[in-house]
Design a protein around this ligand. Structure first.
Ligand SMILES: [Ca+2]
Length: 374
């Protein structure tokens, strides 16, 4: 939390108070859950003392991780008018499935935003809440096992554990990677200034995976992290991040290919490479194989890449035809790309290419079209 504090102080004229309850939190987990109620009352007393010297709780934002989320939930329940709580992977054992008074919930502040990163069932060693519990809940990478955190079955192999005796440090050491990712991601939303951490409002992860709620003409779009408050969000939002290599940002680029009326019905798949700001993406699967393309159809896909596409130099399209015999040529009449900026505005640009057709295993580069008259 020290690095979060430093990043906040660098960017805003805020006062930051760190609440260190390590002695209470490092007890066996069962005792620590009981202690969290007491510490919550103490934080509420601190908020009252700040009001006494002229501060307003309408300007107070509590940020906490794991068990700390329930601490600030208790504090918020005793602090009417508290502006905001950000819960970073609220602890699940002994809290999930209880009454709202017992755990962090949407009534504990005017705005409660939650980032879920380890919401597997506890029998699979998830230690974060599996269900939405705030006004707005973010589920990076489906809110479960995080990229770069290994395989949970591997982590738990041969392990016998007992929550009543295991202390929080053991829990962190054994299972902390996905659980800790919540505060690492929150910190990244402060540090990675060029990343809006774009998120999509979806019914569930299956709808996110289908791409349906990522269509930028109809999507409800949000931003995860410190700035989410600016966008009046509610409900469950899904997004992807990269693995732990210092930068977590994943960018989205929607690609729409309008096929010509001379397109024959063919099967295959499309792979893309993004070139932008001097960086080149990996091969990005663009469109599922086996689906027929038909005359005049629009092929739509959303690319997910760590390469920021906001200064797009070119988009390379490679076509892989499937099936034997018959027509195998893709005929894109028009290619457009859509992006979301940091203010969540959607822009659409048309890309141009000299090639009117793309044969099997051929790659064609599309670039921003030259302005008319040039
Ligand atoms: Ca509560």
């Amino acid at each position: 939390m020290n690095s979060v504090k430093n990043l906040v102080l660098e960017q805003w004229d805020y006062n930051v108070i760190l609440v260190d309850w390590e002695l209470g939190a490092s007890m066996p987990y069962l005792q620590a859950t009981a202690n969290s109620q007491l510490v919550g009352r103490q934080v509420a007393l601190l908020a009252a003392a700040l009001q006494d010297i002229g501060a307003s709780v309408a300007d107070l934002h509590l940020v906490a991780h794991s068990l700390g989320c329930h601490v600030v939930g208790y504090a918020g329940a005793r602090t009417p008018g508290l502006a905001r709580i950000t819960g970073l992977d609220p602890a699940q054992p002994y809290f999930e499935g209880t009454q709202p008074e017992v755990h962090l919930d949407a009534t504990d502040a005017e705005l409660v935003d939650v980032i879920h990163t380890d919401g597997r069932n506890i029998i699979f060693i998830g230690i974060g809440f599996t269900q939405a519990c705030g006004d707005v809940d973010f589920f990076p990478n489906n809110g479960k096992n995080q990229p770069g955190c290994g395989d949970f079955e591997e982590n738990m192999a041969g392990l016998i554990y007992d929550l009543e005796t295991l202390d929080i440090k053991d829990i962190k050491r054994l299972f902390g990677c996905s659980h800790d990712r919540a505060h690492e991601l929150f910190e990244a939303t402060l540090r990675e200034q060029n990343c809006p951490f774009v998120s999509f409002s979806c019914r569930d992860h299956a709808e996110y995976e289908s791409g349906e709620c990522q269509r930028l003409d109809t999507a409800t779009i949000g931003r995860m992290g410190m700035d989410s408050v600016r966008f009046n969000l509610s409900g469950s939002y899904y997004l992807e991040t990269t693995n732990d290599e210092g930068a977590f940002c994943m960018h989205y680029l929607e690609v729409l290919i309008q096929l010509g009326d001379d397109q024959e019905e063919i099967h295959g798949n499309i792979v893309f490479v993004i070139e932008s700001s001097g960086a080149t993406s990996d091969l990005l699967p663009g469109w599922s194989s086996g689906t027929a393309v038909t005359p005049g159809a629009e092929v739509r896909t959303t690319l997910h890449s760590p390469v920021d596409p906001s200064d797009l130099a070119s988009l390379h399209l490679t076509w892989h035809a499937q099936g034997s015999g018959g027509p195998r040529v893709l005929r894109p009449a028009r290619l457009r790309v859509r992006r979301v900026d940091a203010e969540l505005r959607v822009t659409t640009d048309e890309l141009c290419s000299d090639a009117a057709e793309v044969g099997d295993k051929e790659t064609v580069a599309f670039r921003p079209c030259a302005p008319a008259g040039h």
